[in-house]
Design a protein around this ligand. Structure first.
Ligand SMILES: Cc1cc2nc3c(=O)[nH]c(=O)nc-3n(C[C@H](O)[C@H](O)[C@H](O)COP(=O)(O)OP(=O)(O)OC[C@H]3O[C@@H](n4cnc5c(N)ncnc54)[C@H](O)[C@@H]3O)c2cc1C
Length: 553
């Protein structure tokens, strides 16, 4: 077919393929790459049932190319996709019914095209009903053009690609990297002289997925974030390369025999590929660890630990000169005037000025008036740094209600506490708590005896549902009696990447990718129910339903 008609003079051409095939994808990308008239961006979304469930954004070396592989049943995938599609390639829809036609019409741009094979008479009729006009058949190819008179939702205006990012932790660094990759100019503002001085300053953060029997929204989101992070880090230089850490695997022990039973049921029902999650019975777990593991555990082979500061540096390095660092400016305040956000230091001097402002300032968000109504709790955490000589040498990160990393520079990280306490100093009580949990984990009441009080304290920012906040910031005062997320009024040009709780390492990349895609009006990397679950405006609706206002757990 002549793809030129498809990309025309579009900035971004989006193709939806109902049946992923590597060879067809390669041919499409080759045609696009070699066409001097091509659109600058090609975005291919393809249904592919040979991977873990969900949406997967696969990083590409080719500039301008984005590939999303989706393992979700067709009707659900189309209903949950947020995209404007220019070309549909439909194959393998025998027996798929006709319900997909309506979703396809919802996704179609005004003059979208459709190329199909094997559509039934009923399917063609359903697409015609939705506004697709079919050409006369040539061979077995069916071709149509969308010609609906129904009004299309307006395209998002192209944003001015300049932003201030407030906070040089992992959330802010990821925002810089994902936006700079799209040609943005960023001013990164941080009160400290260096990045990673607060929650993101730990020696080691662990990364692993989450499992649940009903594959609920937090599980699906965590899986998406974890898989995105693994692919994203590989492109940034990889763990052991630009990123300090070890992809040594994580073994998550069952809490007791009852808990192990539930895990066995998950393993049987969800049948994950072993490289993602493998249930190990006692013998195999003990053989791996060399210590007791009476109830077995999950092995996440691709999990491990990473030093967040090294991830941040790798992300900022990838931005090159597009990011300007305004560090060591102390606590700043923000204001909006004449369509611009201005960030000022404590003396009122202007630190940065831009049409967009992204709040990625972790536990500091409560001090920003526009973010203050968000129900974010500040939760202290202390991690203990235990000399490796006092512990058995573990080949993997071990975790249950606590975690223990393998040694790095002679120290293992054991943690972390959850305390309602604003004290940033190391606490002997928190240290004792970490050691007690560590002994339980190792089934050794004498492990780490005499471990000196050393470690690090940080403050997490946690939402009541423990999910991050990614998206445009709602205007709580203007919200009125809004019932739907899309109707909630928002502060212009103000965005949140907040509430990363205990999983900032993996939330950062996907959160930033989602936000960048939202601002740019690109297809989103997640199913709509998952996007909605992260929307900061969810708390506006919940506040309305609860007479006492937004609650913190
Ligand atoms: C003890 C502990 C253990 C943890 N373990 C893990 C783990 O194993 N795995 C994992 O994934 N996550 C873990 N986490 C969570 C993880 O550290 C956080 O989710 C993540 O670091 C949050 O990143 P952030 O960028 O949102 O916040 P931060 O790293 O805190 O960055 C926010 C930045 O904003 C700056 N800032 C704030 N307000 C202002 C202002 N007004 N003006 C100027 N600058 C401002 C701050 O100085 C800071 O640098 C742990 C957290 C703690 C505390």
């Amino acid at each position: 077919m002549d793809y030129r008609d498809t990309w025309g003079d579009r900035e971004r051409c989006t193709v939806l393929d109902a049946a992923h095939d590597e060879e067809r994808l390669r041919v499409l990308v080759d045609v696009w790459r070699t066409d001097p008239q091509r659109s600058p961006h090609l975005h291919v979304i393809a249904l592919c049932h040979h991977m873990l469930p969900g949406f997967h954004r696969i990083p590409q070396a080719e500039p301008g190319l984005t590939v999303d592989l989706i393992n979700v049943p067709l009707d659900e995938a189309l209903a949950q996709l947020a995209a404007r599609v220019d070309l549909f390639r439909l194959r393998g829809l025998e027996g798929a019914g006709t319900g997909f036609a309506r979703s396809i019409a919802r996704l179609a741009t005004r003059d979208a095209r459709l190329v199909a094979q094997g559509l039934s008479v009923e399917q063609v009729a359903a697409l015609q009903d939705q506004g697709f006009v079919f050409d006369a058949c040539e061979g077995d190819a069916q071709r149509a053009r969308f010609d609906s008179r129904k009004p299309r939702p307006p395209s998002a205006p192209v944003p001015e690609r300049r932003a201030i990012v407030l906070g040089a932790g992992i959330a802010g660094a990821a925002a810089c990297e994902r936006l700079c990759a799209r040609g943005w100019e960023i001013m990164l503002v941080e009160r400290h002289e260096r990045p990673a001085m607060e929650a993101s300053g730990n020696r080691a953060g662990i990364f692993m997925p989450l499992l649940s029997r009903d594959d609920n929204i937090p599980t699906r989101l965590t899986r998406a974030a974890y898989l995105f992070a693994l692919r994203h880090w590989a492109r940034l230089g990889g763990i052991g390369g630009a990123i300090e850490g070890q992809a040594c695997g994580v073994l998550q022990l069952a809490r007791d025999a009852g808990h192990a039973e539930v895990q066995r049921a998950i393993a049987a029902e969800l049948a994950y590929p072993p490289e993602f999650a493998e249930w190990l019975e006692r013998e195999r777990a003990e053989a791996l660890l060399g210590i007791p593991a009476p109830d077995g555990g999950w092995l996440f082979r691709q999990g491990g630990w990473a030093r967040p500061a090294s991830v941040i540096e790798a992300m900022l390095a990838a931005c090159g000169r597009r990011v300007e660092r305004r560090f060591g400016v102390g606590n700043v305040s923000v204001e909006r005037a004449d369509g611009q956000w201005t960030v000022r230091d404590a003396h009122g001097a202007v630190v940065a000025h831009a049409p967009n402002l992204i709040l990625a300032n972790g536990a500091g968000a409560a001090a920003i008036p526009q973010a203050a109504p968000l129900p974010l709790a500040k939760m202290r955490g202390q991690v203990s740094h235990v000399p490796a000589s006092l512990l058995p040498a573990l080949p993997v990160v071990l975790c249950r209600e606590a975690y223990l990393t393998p040694a790095s520079d002679g120290l293992c990280s054991a943690g972390a506490t959850y305390d309602q306490d604003p004290d940033p100093a190391l606490s002997p009580a928190s240290h004792a708590e970490n050691l007690a949990r560590l002994r339980g984990l190792l089934s050794d009441p004498h492990a780490a005896e005499g471990a000196p009080l050393q470690g690090r304290v940080g403050f997490r920012s946690i939402a009541p549902d423990r999910l991050p906040l990614v998206g445009r910031l709602p205007d709580f005062d203007a919200a009125g009696s809004t019932e739907r997320l899309r109707d909630v009024p928002r502060h212009p040009g103000l965005y949140a990447l907040l509430g990363y709780a205990s999983r900032g390492l993996i939330w950062a990349g996907l959160g930033a990718e989602l936000l960048a895609a939202q601002i740019e009006g690109e297809p989103l990397p997640l199913e709509m129910p998952l996007v909605d679950a992260l929307d900061p405006a969810r708390f506006v609706l919940r506040a309305r339903r609860s007479p006492r206002g937004p609650q913190t757990a």
